[in-house]
Design a protein around this ligand. Structure first.
Ligand SMILES: Cc1ncc(C[n+]2csc(CCOP(=O)(O)OP(=O)(O)O)c2C)c(N)n1
Ligand SMILES: [Mg+2]
Length: 372
């Protein structure tokens, strides 16, 4: 079923074969960007989240919130140490998008596979990588997940089923489709989650991969993380339509539009898509709409948008929303939350200590594990 992000009318993406929007139709983003509406939507979401929460195991719910808070605190720390010159190269943060990784990946089996773009720290941790291993990689230390040779954009762990961390926009869509093909060919029963940004959708590889995935009936979920900007270019300036999910209709592929500020909505849609992949070997495209609070990367001055615009989206912050819902559902008290926050901060501080104290790779390692 198609989902609207919130309770507004407009055109949303949709289930297969739904009616197509007229090109002139606006698709809701302008309304979405009004503070008062954002607040009203927040209240609406509290209600619908509660329904979903009631059906879910309490321990899992607390773990989901913990992973979101850990992701946020971790990324804030990355920004801090980056400014201190501890991290070199590019560094793309995930702040504001936590509900997407947590909502989707925590619906997977441990043996399932994940592949994503360069905005990969939080996904790596949700897949089971320790904050130590991720931060040491960011520091370029020998104890990082790929021995300090990949850096921010190339988190990787075959053991955990986390296949990167890719710097070429859209490149992982082809690789992820190949991973799903391999799983089907070998009969492993694994599902692949393939994440990419909305700007990657304008690349040919997106269309080629979706075509093959549907034709060959591959067990993959394509998750478009629509944070509305590709570097400094808004989606409106680069794409002829706001309906990304509906692009899958061209391949007769199942698709849904999901509110990426609502972790339970992401989870529910992911459960449907993962089940379709696992039981029927059929792919799905999820367009998950969220907002990137920080710049594209740490070197982005952000001149292309206003502080007010950012503040409007922060009114529907996914962590604040989920915390409030868990509180309303009596799953988590204020005291529990304080402890959860402290645990997350302690985990981040321990990662910093580990990264600081870890050795740099040996010079003799310069050419090992390097392919060019
Ligand atoms: C093929 C290719 N073209 C251009 C770039 C430069 N580039 C890096 S990130 C980026 C924007 C991608 O935006 P989006 O896919 O929306 O992901 P987001 O950064 O918002 O998560 C661009 C154009 C690149 N890395 N690869
Ligand atoms: Mg984007």
């Amino acid at each position: 079923m198609a989902k609207t992000a919130i309770n507004r009318k407009p055109v949303t993406a949709a289930k297969n074969g739904s009616k197509t929007a007229k090109p002139s139709e606006k698709n809701g983003n302008e309304e979405f960007a009004v503070v008062e509406l954002a607040k009203a939507e927040y209240k609406q979401r509290l209600k619908s989240q509660l329904e979903s929460i009631k059906k879910t195991d309490k321990r899992l719910l607390r773990e989901m919130l913990y992973q979101m808070v850990l992701g946020r605190r971790f990324e804030e720390k990355c920004a801090e140490v980056y400014r201190m010159g501890k991290i070199g190269g590019f560094c793309h943060l995930y702040i504001g998008q936590e509900a997407i990784a947590v909502g989707s990946m925590m619906a997977l089996e441990p043996t399932d596979m994940v592949i994503t773009s360069y905005r990969d720290h939080v996904q790596a941790m949700v897949k089971g990588m320790s904050p130590e291993s991720v931060l040491a990689e960011l520091y370029g230390k020998a104890t990082g997940c790929v021995k300090g040779k990949g850096g921010s954009m190339h988190m990787f762990s075959k053991d955990l089923g986390f296949y990167g961390g890719h710097g070429i926009v859209g490149g992982q869509i082809g690789v992820g489709t190949g991973m799903a093909y391999a799983a089907k060919y070998k009969g492993t029963g694994q599902v692949t989650l393939c994440f990419f940004g909305e700007a990657a959708v304008n690349q040919g590889i997106f269309h080629e991969s979706l075509n093959m995935a549907q034709l060959w009936k591959l067990p993959i979920v394509f998750i478009c993380e629509n944070n509305q900007y590709g570097m400094g270019t808004s989606q409106d300036r680069a794409m002829s339509t706001r309906n990304i999910a509906r692009k899958a209709d061209a391949f007769e592929m199942a698709n849904e539009f999901v509110d990426g500020m609502d972790v339970m909505a992401v989870r529910d849609a992911s459960i449907r898509a993962i089940e379709r992949a696992r039981k029927k070997n059929m792919p799905t495209l999820l367009e998950v709409r969220a907002y990137r609070y920080m710049g594209h990367s740490m070197s982005d001055p952000g001149n292309y948008r206003t502080r007010e615009e950012i503040a409007k989206y922060q009114e529907r912050d996914p962590i604040a929303l989920f915390k409030q819902s868990l509180n309303d559902a009596k799953v988590l008290s204020e005291k529990d939350f304080t402890k959860l926050e402290k645990d997350a901060m302690d985990a981040v501080e321990s990662a910093v200590k580990f990264a600081e104290e870890s050795p740099l790779p040996l010079e003799s390692e310069l050419m090992t594990d390097v392919y060019a």
